[in-house]
Design a protein around this ligand. Structure first.
Ligand SMILES: Cc1cc2nc3c(=O)[nH]c(=O)nc-3n(C[C@H](O)[C@H](O)[C@H](O)COP(=O)(O)OP(=O)(O)OC[C@H]3O[C@@H](n4cnc5c(N)ncnc54)[C@H](O)[C@@H]3O)c2cc1C
Length: 457
């Protein structure tokens, strides 16, 4: 480290965009869950790629670690610094919010890294198109954040995750150089897929400054339904029946009785009168979707269902209020695990969880919900005493691994799950990832402590 001073950042971005006052920095130093807090020498808020490049080059010159932060809605502790020793800055993309006009011929939209998902969706909708990524954190989560985590969300069943939407990328390398691949071409197999590599890189390889996203056609008429079922497996039968009827599945979300009860208690309107073990929220598109979806459900013998014309916000509210309601209802910060289970194992895994909860020597409420068509479950354990949280999280993930599932479906590894990397990826795989990290960030200054277990923390 040579001559580190926050004054240099002020000369690049303007002194008022370099925060060093603890009160002003506080919001940048705690994650969304409140579980992770950290310290930094400064929060730097550039406006342009040129400013990011100059800030990162200055950090390289003076040996400063860089933690990139978008909307700070990540749920695995990757967006706040926890760096032991040595200076660290949070580089916030909060001011990099430009969204270009949608190109309706190439079907793409160029955005700066700090543009929110909601603002990209609004631009896409204004041009008669749709941004395929949607998630409940849409008002805060950013383009850079969703690419860096390769976020999933509610339309993966229809359009794939964030990685599948990235056509081009602009990113600042660890030494300050700008990497730009910015072409709307759908087919361009020249060399390694660097934009694809940055998807899911969690701020450890480069600072993403801009993204060229694909947009898709608007779905036309949609219908939504909430359906009561008794086993999670029934979801896949329903999906097959709906597709066979010629409707397009836009979203499939699983909720449990416990989760629905919690959000209803918090003020959401219940959809169903019955008390099925699970409720599935379905969104479909096609001609006459309300009538046709209702007919499919009637034919399939579903006893308890409500169907409404899209966007059916009250039905969606039941699902979308889960995360915030769980956070507010738990007496301790909830343990949150985002996992994928093979479709055929969903019910068995849910039974594993019930068994685990029953065996705990302290009261614990279990709320599971998730993007069921992808086998993606968000496992939430409420009221777990703080000193027991790591152990119980470990026990859940052990069960996921035993069923050959994924310990991170869509939130990434961050700091929370880094010890699982070498459990679920073999030696050669981890060594290859480390070689990639070494090539992009030889001094280990980009988001140290994230992803790899023995990085400085
Ligand atoms: C209510 C709620 C609902 C959610 N629903 C979903 C969901 O359905 N699906 C899903 O996948 N996630 C979901 N999430 C998690 C979260 O919203 C996503 O992980 C999102 O992609 C994070 O975006 P962000 O801008 O907030 O990133 P941050 O939280 O700021 O950062 C996340 C990671 O990305 C890195 N990063 C951020 N910006 C950049 C950049 N410009 N360049 C390089 N690295 C960067 C950070 O360093 C960090 O490692 C939800 C969260 C909440 C609170």
């Amino acid at each position: 480290m040579t001559g580190f001073t926050t004054d240099a950042f002020g000369r690049i971005v303007g002194a008022n965009q370099v925060l060093t006052d603890p009160d002003l920095m506080r919001g940048y130093l705690a994650d969304w869950t409140g579980r992770r807090t950290g310290a930094a020498d400064a929060v730097v808020r550039p406006r342009t790629t040129a400013e990011v490049s100059a800030v990162v080059a200055e950090c390289a010159r003076t040996g400063v670690a860089v933690v990139v932060q978008g909307g700070n809605t990540g749920l695995v502790g990757g967006s706040v610094p926890e760096v032991a020793g040595g200076p660290v800055v949070v580089l916030s993309t909060a001011r990099m919010t430009d969204v270009e006009a949608v190109d309706p011929v190439e079907m793409c939209v160029g955005v700066q890294a700090g543009a929110t998902v909601a603002s990209i969706a609004a631009a896409a909708a204004a041009a008669g198109t749709r941004f395929a990524i949607d998630l409940a954190s849409r008002d805060s989560a950013t383009a850079g954040g969703i690419v860096a985590t390769s976020a999933g969300g509610i339309h993966v069943v229809r359009h794939g995750g964030t990685r599948a939407q990235v056509l081009g990328i602009e990113a600042v390398r660890a030494d300050g150089r700008v990497l730009r691949r910015w072409s709307p071409l759908r087919k361009d197999n020249v060399g390694y897929d660097l934009p694809g590599l940055l998807a899911g890189s969690e701020g450890t390889l480069a600072v993403i400054t801009g993204v060229l996203f694909a947009v898709v056609d608007q779905p036309g008429h949609t219908a939504a339904a909430v359906v009561g079922i008794d086993t999670a497996d029934e979801v896949f039968t329903l999906i097959r029946q709906i597709r066979r009827a010629g409707l397009v599945i836009e979203a499939v979300e699983l909720m449990t009785r416990a989760g629905v009860a919690l959000v209803v208690e918090a003020g959401a309107r219940p959809a169903l009168a019955g008390s099925s073990g699970y409720q599935v929220l379905l969104e479909v598109s096609g001609a006459d979707p309300v009538q046709r979806l209702a007919a499919v459900l009637a034919d399939s013998g579903v006893a308890d269902a409500v169907v409404d014309e899209g966007p059916a916000r009250p039905l969606w509210e039941l699902r979308e209020r889960h995360t915030e309601t769980i956070a507010a209802a738990s007496t301790t910060v909830p343990v949150k695990l985002d996992v994928t289970i093979r479709r055929r194992d969903l019910d068995a895994f849910l039974a594993d969880l019930d068994e685990l909860i029953a065996s705990l020597p302290y009261p614990c409420r279990l709320v599971v919900f998730g993007h069921a068509a992808d086998g993606n479950l968000h496992v939430n354990l409420l009221d777990v005493p703080v000193e027991q949280q790591a152990e119980v999280a470990h026990r859940v993930l052990e069960r996921v691994v035993a069923r050959e599932g994924s310990v991170s479906a869509e939130h990434g590894i961050g700091r929370d799950k880094r010890e699982w990397l070498s459990v679920v990826r073999d030696e050669v795989d981890v060594a290859t990832m480390r070689a990639v990290k070494q090539a992009w960030d030889p001094d280990g200054r980009l988001n140290p402590g994230v992803l790899f277990p023995d990085a400085p923390d």
